[in-house]
Ligand binder design. Structure first.
Ligand code: FES
Length: 173
């Protein structure tokens, strides 16, 4: 009798260990997507080869004027400024605060740079003309829609307007 209970205890302990091992394996296999608090440790954008200003400039750049965050986003980027002059070239992109600005075939697109899965910074891929998150591989179309999961929610898209003979870009909510 005692021996049976002991065996059950041993069995349960063994099962517990096996579950933990399985869990660890599962987390590794899914790229940490299912493990809370451990999958969002890489906010660094990947430029993925073809060009990209890859985060040059930023909120402290004198090239940017206006409101770059919050619900009333409305700012201009001086495209003649060294921080953002690359944006005049098709296929290039840059970041302003929480927004990624892209020159795609001469047109400008601006979207939230924050992946809707777990918040990593996405990057533009000119070869496929889309956006990719380096963390778990979500992909987005330039209209903000999800192209590839694990993200399920679209990115916020902002309005863009070329001004001053192409030397200024206005981005607004
Ligand atoms: S943070 Fe998980 S795919 Fe972007």
């Amino acid at each position: 009798m005692e021996q049976t209970q002991l065996s059950r205890g041993q069995f349960l302990r063994q099962l517990g260990l096996n579950s933990a091992a399985l869990m660890a394996f599962y987390c590794m296999g899914t790229g940490l997507t299912a493990c809370s608090g451990s999958g969002n440790d890489d906010p660094t954008p990947t430029t993925n080869g073809t060009g990209g200003t890859g985060g040059t400039g930023g909120t402290t750049s004198t090239a940017v004027k206006g409101t770059t965050s919050g619900s009333s986003i409305d700012f201009t980027i001086d495209l003649t400024h060294a921080d953002y002059s690359k944006l005049k070239t098709s296929g290039e992109f840059g970041y302003v605060s929480g927004i990624i600005v892209i020159n795609t075939n001469g047109s400008y697109v601006a979207l939230s740079k924050v992946c809707t899965h777990e918040g990593s910074t996405i990057a533009y891929r000119s070869a496929s003309n889309d956006l990719k998150c380096p963390n778990h591989g979500s992909e987005f179309n330039l209209d903000g829609s999800v192209k590839l999961s694990p993200a399920t929610q679209s990115l916020t898209v902002y309005k863009t307007e070329i001004q001053n003979s192409g030397n200024t870009l206005r981005v607004s909510a």
